[in-house]
Design a protein around this ligand. Sequence first.
Ligand code: MN3
Length: 205
Amino acid sequence: MFKQITLPYKYDALEPYIDALTMETHYTKHHAAYTNNFNTALSSLPQFDQMLAEDILAKLDEIDDIALRNTVRNNGGGFWNHNLYFSIMSPKGTKEPQGELAEAINETFGSLANLQEELTRLANTRFGSGWAWLSTDSSGKLYTSSTPNQDNPLMERNGHIPILGIDVWEHAYYLKYKNVRGDYVKAFWSVLDWSKVEEFYEGAF
Ligand code: MN3
């Protein structure tokens, strides 16, 4: 059984950037439903018993039944993506990456500001629901991308492991920001904890 991460802060901890009702609804309704539906779908897929969610998401083509495959894709993605998203936010996180991650960002994007600009662009231009991503490969190289729905780079099986994800589904921002996604994405940077992103970066290779 897969479990949602325990939120490392209270629902109102990210105010005023992300409001308490959005956090509570996102975690207790949306994320809970993805997790529950993922576990239910897996109960008819014994070949994935004991496997990490990361590995299951890279093996979707092994599910013959197309409806079941889509259920695992959407809900397994929703389970995994939100565990990352909720983990990398914090009310008082570090505002800049350090160490190896900072070096890799400068090498690939020139500066942190350039990377944030690129991720903001990807988040704001993703049509409909989806995610913007910063990912690494096993050599520590960094990549940006965006995906629709609850897809993520793990499903592309190109060795890219997400270390930062920005949820741009309307459920992530609509209660506070209505249709103005850009204001939410701007606010996201105020609650992103780069020290958490560094932990995912260093754990990825
Ligand atoms: Mn969401």
